[in-house]
Design a protein around this ligand. Structure first.
Ligand code: SF4
Length: 326
């Protein structure tokens, strides 16, 4: 570790002031402290925001859900309203990390977490995300866990969050506040693909602070769930995953929200799969046919070609689990 300044703030104005001066926000600390220990990140000032009033899960006027940025992962997963209206969120959270981490990590921190690419965390390796212009050791290295969608010449790292896949599927909104006031960012625009600037991962401006994530209301009933495929059954990141939400009325699929994890540089929405489902009657054949589109546009690397087929099977299986087999 190295010397740094630690400031605890008690209100949002104080936080924004410190953030605008270059301080890094910290709450659960489950990602940032690790990265500081490994000297991957070296912030000079940490701003502890854990006392800010950004907790609580509330039903919005429009019938959606608003999850405060400082709600712990475990707390959100166990919340009765989350469990009953959006099980896909609860399941994604419960399949993440370990119990200890879920008790500390916050929703805001979860969607801000950085990639698990091993080269990113190895300060002796070339990594454009950690050190722009230094190359990408993963491209010609061991890239079994890396992305097949949304990659660029500069970076092929996956986004590690599970709940972000559920948020992407459900078209959540991220509410933020900054020196210029509050604004709302569609989840699809919040996490950035690497392009030529992989070091820039979110659409936040300097000093901006996440206040909440809002899930829109959907027609009821909405059946949903999250499937995670990984090398071991606990404390492991996804090789592939699928978040699925379906609204079926009169025997016909009226709404279909589908996204994949473990395969994209950001949580990967699957509009081609959704389009294939809407207006159709649930059936085994439909799930299989729709899932064929899950890997459209994939560009696998040397060691992760298996993800193309695995992704299709993951999506098909989760459509079957959520949508039934009639
Ligand atoms: Fe760095 Fe991205 Fe390459 Fe990993 S994939 S080494 S994070 S540039």
């Amino acid at each position: 570790m190295y010397p740094f300044t630690f400031t605890k703030v008690s209100d949002t104005a104080e936080a924004l002031n410190a953030g605008h001066r270059g301080g890094r926000y910290i709450a659960g600390g489950t990602t940032l402290v690790d990265l500081m220990r490994e000297t991957v990140e070296r912030p000079e000032t940490l701003v502890d925001i854990s006392a800010l009033p950004l907790r609580g899960v509330t039903v919005t006027e429009r019938g959606g859900l608003r999850i405060g940025a400082l709600v712990r992962m475990a707390e959100a997963a166990a919340h009765a309203k989350v469990r009953t209206t959006y099980p896909v969120i609860s399941e994604a959270l419960e399949l993440s990390a370990s119990a200890q981490l879920r008790n500390m990590a916050t929703i805001g921190g979860n969607i801000m977490q950085r990639t698990r690419c091993t080269y990113f965390r190895d300060v002796t390796a070339g990594c454009n995300k950690r050190e722009p212009g230094s190359g990408c050791a993963a491209r010609d290295g061991f890239n079994r866990t890396h992305a097949i969608l949304g990659t660029s010449d500069a970076c092929v790292a996956t986004h590690p969050s599970d709940v972000a896949v559920a948020f992407a599927a459900l078209q959540a909104t991220v509410h933020v506040v900054g020196p210029d006031g509050a604004r709302s960012i569609p989840f699809a625009d919040f996490l950035l693909r690497p392009g030529s600037t992989p070091e820039r991962e979110q659409a936040l401006q300097k000093g901006e602070l996440i206040t909440a994530v809002e899930i829109p209301a959907f027609p009821r009933p909405l059946k949903s769930g999250y499937l995670k495929v990984r090398d071991r059954q606990s404390y492991e990141f996804a090789l592939t995953s699928a978040a699925v939400a379906l609204h079926v009325r009169g025997g016909v699929i009226r709404e279909a929200k589908v996204a994949a994890g473990g395969v994209g540089t950001v949580p990967w929405k699957l509009p081609a799969v959704e389009k294939h489902l809407i207006g159709e009657r649930p059936s085994q054949a439909l799930w299989a046919e729709a899932a064929k589109h899950a890997a459209d546009g994939a560009r696998p690397l040397e060691h992760n070609r298996f993800k193309v087929e695995l992704l299709k099977r993951t999506v098909e299986r989760q459509l079957r689990i959520v949508g039934g087999t009639k």
